[in-house]
Write a protein that binds this ligand. Structure first.
Ligand SMILES: Nc1ncnc2c1ncn2[C@@H]1O[C@H](COP(=O)(O)OP(=O)(O)O)[C@@H](O)[C@H]1O
Ligand SMILES: O=P(O)(O)OC[C@H]1O[C@](O)(COP(=O)(O)O)[C@@H](O)[C@@H]1O
Ligand SMILES: [Mg+2]
Length: 522
């Protein structure tokens, strides 16, 4: 997908999204029916100016360039579809996430209430539903209560992606607005669908709505469902704390989701290939305050020796009589195994860690009681909380305004608290990760008081090397979020992913923390 870059004065860059008129000439336009909608009549400057854009880096320097911007979401004065000619479809793909039903509901209701669109089709069972199932009609009435339940009423799946069959189905059914809700894999698929639709010259907009409980989608402030998942994780952590506190030398261990976290252990055998997203573990820990140690793949850690995990556990048990550990998902993974979408399938890092801790204390003839809690599916199979519900509503409406205005090949999402249209390639080019050189991770370390695991005598990645990696990344590409590689683990128990990120990512991570991220909405 060719980037559509526009430049302006003082280093202004617009990373724009494609438009139907880029490949179909002389398209007619129509007045936006919202201008006659009584609910929106009172809104001051309801329509978004054509050149309204949102800056990617919120922190600016007086003498620095203005930097990259994205097109601001919102209704345009002229639209490219007559409401009665729209045939929209909605599909959900990938793993479950709180809020999927809210997005479906708001897409259906807002298409109807805001633009008068009546033909809305549900594609069942993910991408393969395009060519293996009949569509189901969706109306505001049929989706009225669905946001109160978890999961997705449309069903979902991994795998089953065949571009030509999907686009044939879109074309044969006369669908001209495609709303695709899903994570990183889904957005990659959406990008390919967009390209094929464009290659065929179809007047069909393809819009992605980013879903991932792991918060691993780059550029956007955070993904819907993440807050809900962090909140639900508190229940597991609280239970672990109660169990640990109630016995002598009690250890509560909680495993939380975060796709690819397990590559931490893989890295021991396959250095240079660590992907990770320990956001749920990090935020759940920070929110809870009873956690003594949070282990995420982005942060190297080791078990044995001075400054190691076992030494810390011994100290906490001596000082406090109990402790709670949160560990991000994955580990001991099946090296060959992949799910239908091609994602790695992991063995259970929680079980592995339980075994290691028990083994260590058995060897040292010390009695401990360890309770392991795995709330994995409980934190994602629930309805969205209030704040995620509002977020989902804005995402859905933002997607609709963009499609009606003729934009295509984009994902919606908030950047620095303002909702934007982001070209697919920016969303799929890399993965969002916890930045351990960021203040947020420092906050976590100071809240848990856990070791930073930076001082292992055999550390293959000295602090100096870490810094080197960070600055070389910055030089390579100041605008991109990059993560790199890792050092080789020198010994069996040693876990050393050397994940580094650009300063920009650190800034965005800071911005996420301000709590302002959703305050402005659109
Ligand atoms: N690179 C890709 N190109 C096209 N489709 C993809 C790609 N990666 C994944 N998909 C499809 O996207 C859907 C969801 O992907 P998956 O990785 O399971 O979940 P998620 O979108 O939540 O990351 C699946 O149907 C899968 O086949
Ligand atoms: O059991 P499943 O459905 O494969 O889901 C497991 C994976 O799904 C997730 O919850 C989310 O993954 P996606 O958002 O990429 O679908 C991961 O955290 C986890 O590794
Ligand atoms: Mg994914």
């Amino acid at each position: 997908m060719e980037p559509k870059i526009l430049t302006g004065e003082c280093g202004y860059v617009l990373d724009d999204v494609p438009h139907l008129s880029d490949y179909i000439p002389d398209l007619p336009t129509y007045p936006n029916p919202l201008q006659d909608n009584p609910a929106y009549k009172g809104v001051k400057q309801y329509f978004v100016d054509f050149d309204d854009t949102v800056v990617q880096k919120a922190v600016q320097h007086m003498d620095g360039p203005r930097g990259t911007h994205f097109r601001r979401q919102g209704p345009r004065q002229r639209i490219y579809f007559k409401p009665d000619e729209v045939a929209a479809c909605i599909v959900t793909c990938g793993g479950l996430c709180p809020g999927l039903n809210t997005v479906i509901r708001e897409l259906v209701c807002s298409l109807d209430y805001m633009y008068g669109v009546k033909k809305i089709l549900g594609i069942e069972g993910g991408y393969k539903g395009f060519y293996s199932r009949n569509t189901i009609p969706l109306t505001p009435k049929s989706v009225n209560h669905i946001h109160k339940g978890g999961g997705t009423v449309l069903g979902t799946s991994r795998g089953g992606y065949v571009t030509s069959k999907i686009v044939d189905s879109i074309q044969d059914r006369g669908i001209n607005q495609v709303y695709i809700i899903g994570g990183d894999g889904t957005q990659k698929g959406a990008s390919v669908i967009y390209q094929e639709v464009r290659r065929r010259g179809l007047k069909t907009t393809v819009v992605g709505i980013p879903k991932t409980i792991d918060n691993d989608i780059p550029v956007i402030d955070k993904s819907f469902g993440f807050d809900t998942a962090v909140e639900e994780a508190q229940r597991a952590i609280n239970a672990a704390h109660v169990e640990a506190e109630s016995v002598e030398n009690g250890i509560g261990l909680v495993k939380l989701m975060g796709r690819d976290s397990g590559q931490l252990l893989l890295s021991m055998m396959n250095p240079g290939n660590v992907d990770a997203a320990g956001f749920i573990a990090m935020y759940a820990t920070l929110a809870n305050r009873d956690v003594d140690c949070c282990l995420i793949p982005e942060s190297p850690f080791y078990l044995e020796g001075p400054g190691g995990l076992f030494e810390y556990i011994e100290k906490r048990l001596k000082d406090n009589g109990h402790m709670v550990i949160v560990i991000a998902e994955g580990a001991g993974e099946s090296l060959e195994e992949r799910d239908a979408s091609g994602n790695k399938v992991f063995k259970d890092v929680g079980l592995w860690m339980s075994h290691k801790i028990r083994e260590h204390f058995a060897n040292h003839k010390k009695t401990i009681t360890l309770k392991y809690i795995d709330p994995t599916y409980m934190i994602r199979a629930i309805p969205a909380n209030a704040s995620d519900n509002v977020y989902c509503t804005i995402l859905a409406q933002s997607a609709i305004h963009g499609a009606m205005a003729g934009y295509t090949g984009f994902t919606v999402g908030p950047v620095n608290g303002r909702h934007c249209y982001i070209p697919f390639y920016r969303i799929i080019e890399n993965q969002n990760k916890v930045v351990i050189t960021d203040r947020m991770w420092a906050r976590l370390l100071s809240s848990t008081n856990q070791p930073s695991f930076l001082n292992h005598p055999d550390d293959a990645v000295s602090d100096g090397k870490r810094e080197e990696n960070i600055s070389s990344d910055q030089e390579k590409n100041d605008e991109m979020r990059e993560s790199v590689s890792l050092a080789s683990a020198k010994q069996g128990e040693r876990l050393l992913p050397n994940s580094s990120e650009t300063a920009e990512n650190c800034v965005n991570e800071q911005d996420r923390l301000t709590g302002n991220v959703f305050s402005n909405g659109c």
